[in-house]
Design a protein around this ligand. Structure first.
Ligand SMILES: [Zn+2]
Ligand SMILES: [Zn+2]
Length: 105
């Protein structure tokens, strides 16, 4: 766990790539960190990032795009408010089923 690539000069190496802002859809070509493949739905451009930090009292839910299947009714789920756990795919439910389940309690 040693950071032997740290050169302490203060200039952080930027990661080059081709990503898209999850908020406004702008292209992101540089990031101060290497984004994780499963967090690409959370990526934000600098403007959106700054804006979000500006009004942090209004929590915003970002949706994760993908293609899953509802374990209950079999419908296709294209958006989730969280990153689904691959080991719990059989418990994944669409919005309607989720709501139906919640109202039961
Ligand atoms: Zn943006
Ligand atoms: Zn369903």
């Amino acid at each position: 766990m040693a950071y032997d690539q740290q050169n302490g000069s203060g200039s952080r190496p930027m990661h080059q790539g081709n990503w898209t802002c999850a908020q406004c859809g702008a292209a992101i070509t540089q990031l101060p960190f290497a984004p994780r493949e499963d967090r690409l739905g959370d990526l934000m451009c600098r403007d959106c990032f700054r804006q979000r930090r500006g009004n942090s009292d209004r929590p915003q839910r970002h949706m994760v795009q993908g293609e899953w299947q509802c374990a209950s009714c079999g419908t296709t789920i294209s958006e989730l408010p969280f990153n689904p756990d691959p080991s719990r795919m059989d418990q994944l439910k669409c919005k309607a089923c989720h709501q139906a389940q919640r109202t039961q309690y």
